[in-house]
Design a protein around this ligand. Sequence first.
Ligand code: GLV
Ligand code: MN
Ligand code: MN
Length: 414
Amino acid sequence: MTRLSINTPRLISEINQLATFSDAPAPAVTRILYSDQDQAARVWLRQRILDAGLTMREDALGNLFARLIGSDPTLPAVGTGSHIDAIPHSGKYDGVVGVLGGLEAIRALQEAGIKPKRSIELVMFTAEEPTRFGIGCLGSRAMAGTLKPAELLAMTDSDGANLDDLRKGAGFTQSLDTVQLSPETYSSFIELHIEQGPRLERDKLQIGIVTSIAAPATLRVVLHGDGGHAGATLMPGRRDALVAASEIVQDVERAAHESGSPDAVATVGLLQVHPGAVNSIPSKVTLEIDIRDTRLDSRDGMVDRVLAKIEEVCERRKIGRDVEVLNRDDPCQSGPHIIKAAESVTQELGYSYKKLVSRAYHDTLFMAQLCPTAMIFVPSENGYSHRPEEYTTDEEIARGVEVLALTMAKLANE
Ligand code: GLV
Ligand code: MN
Ligand code: MN
């Protein structure tokens, strides 16, 4: 098999440049959808894509598509890509390795003089992270048609700004009806990503081939109690929203521990207390709850248990509540044919690998509703992710890019 030359210094320098578009000081990265830093990062990325001579388009949400035109452009393309938004105080590799690594994979194919039959398209998905609108994979959900234009129009961020105004302000003014893609767009989709967990490093393996993605669910709960003076209001009859929340937080953790499933995880990652003063009884608390499992029955069991607990606590404590299930997604299975292609490329390159489940979600979860998909993982040092210490070595990233490029070349010639 032809070995590809990956320009690792160029790629790593680009990863480092992209990390400078951040609202948090290095080494942390914070890049929130449609923020000034996100906009500046997009300007920078567009230039890299144009420099590579790719055909570029952006849709009404800011999903960006960069295409290497194949010798038969009428055929469905091979897709790759990931995201460049970063949750608060995150690292520089999550998502970015799939976008800049995907770009590097395409440039490596171009520079090797490989002309694929199908076009190969890099996608930079808008807002894989749920930071701004509470729901992850905003761009890919809309592309797959899981999130409809009417639902997008109704979405607001935590400051009450609406998505429609924000995306138009960012320059994405077309009709939202144009975001959904036809299932004819891609013949296959393959995403490169850091593992975000410790399995590859622990087993001293170079490549992971993802066979399925765990099923995520997100709940947003607003508890309404009664506020007042922390000194002057005696304890009998208090309706403290934070104490109610604390019971719920404890039960979320127990739900995962007691589920009996080894892959069950449940987290309260956000808790906002109003009015948030030491001498004031909390009158309102917002919680966001993240619940996942590779098994749908177990994930749904945890969600139902937590919903029941919220009712029980609120009834007992006379707390009002607004409970929203923001998403309750199914897991996805990778396409056997793409797994096989990635596996044979990895074997031919002589890289060590294993097949594994992705416990984190990715845009691939929604691309799987459009075409067969798979993912390639590279190791994460200490399994760290969603924190500034996230790290994957240059060589590990380059291996992932090489496997991605040659797998795409294989799929693009079918
Ligand atoms: C994606 O960032 C996830 O939360 O899995
Ligand atoms: Mn992430
Ligand atoms: Mn990611």
